[in-house]
Design a protein around this ligand. Structure first.
Ligand code: IMP
Ligand code: MG
Length: 186
């Protein structure tokens, strides 16, 4: 469990350790770099707050000039499932018309949050929209048409925390992705 021993009692198992995260993010950076032209104008949009650590590490593995932007969305619902009612807490700042947009997400679960964000940003006429997600729970998808262009890891239907992902705002600073003990969230 490494340096984050304060949470050791809350974690059932580590499913992706720090080394695996690093390795896969480096590969994702190469895949993303190869998918664009050298002179493309790219806006990397971090969906707050879960994607912050992923965005920071991924950006350093992308060998292209990128601009950073941030959007904060909140999805109402039970604490471990989104409802589909998505509220924009903070919109992005950049004008994306005619530019390439790369949305950086922590996890696609039901797909409702991403569907809402993509539908909204499409109306602003970007040149392209691509999505990179660190984690994907395909078994949980409600919005079937929503998929990432780049996906770090497919994971089973378990509630995970760490490396940016929270439960009730906690555990974001774990350096690995772990499964929370069920008694903590049921
Ligand atoms: P969706 O709208 O159901 O796809 O949910 C996406 C959002 O829910 C993510 O951006 C996360 O903030 C949160 N989420 C979904 N699954 C998990 C999980 O296993 N752990 C922590 N947060 C999660
Ligand atoms: Mg969350």
């Amino acid at each position: 469990m490494g340096k984050n021993t304060v949470f050791a009692d809350d974690i059932k198992e580590v499913i992706i350790d720090e080394e695996e995260l690093k390795q896969r993010i480096s590969e994702l950076g190469k895949e993303i770099t190869d998918s664009y032209e050298e002179d493309d104008d790219i806006v990397m949009l971090c969906i707050l707050r879960g994607a912050v650590l992923f965005m920071a590490d991924l950006a350093r593995e992308i060998d292209l000039p990128v601009v950073f932007d941030f959007m904060d969305v909140s999805s109402y619902g039970a604490s471990t499932e989104s409802s589909g009612v998505v509220r924009i807490i903070k919109d992005m700042e950049e004008n994306i018309e005619g530019r390439h947009l790369l949305i950086v997400e922590d996890i696609i679960d039901t797909g409702r949050t991403l569907k809402h964000v993509v539908d909204m940003l499409e109306t602003r006429d970007p040149k392209s929209i691509k999505v990179v997600t660190l984690l994907d729970k395909p078994d949980r998808r409600v919005q079937k048409e929503i998929d990432a262009d780049f996906n770090g890891f497919e994971i089973p239907d378990k509630f995970v925390v760490g490396y940016g992902l929270d439960f009730a705002e906690k555990y974001r600073n774990l350096s690995f992705i772990g499964v929370l003990k069920e008694k903590l969230y049921i």
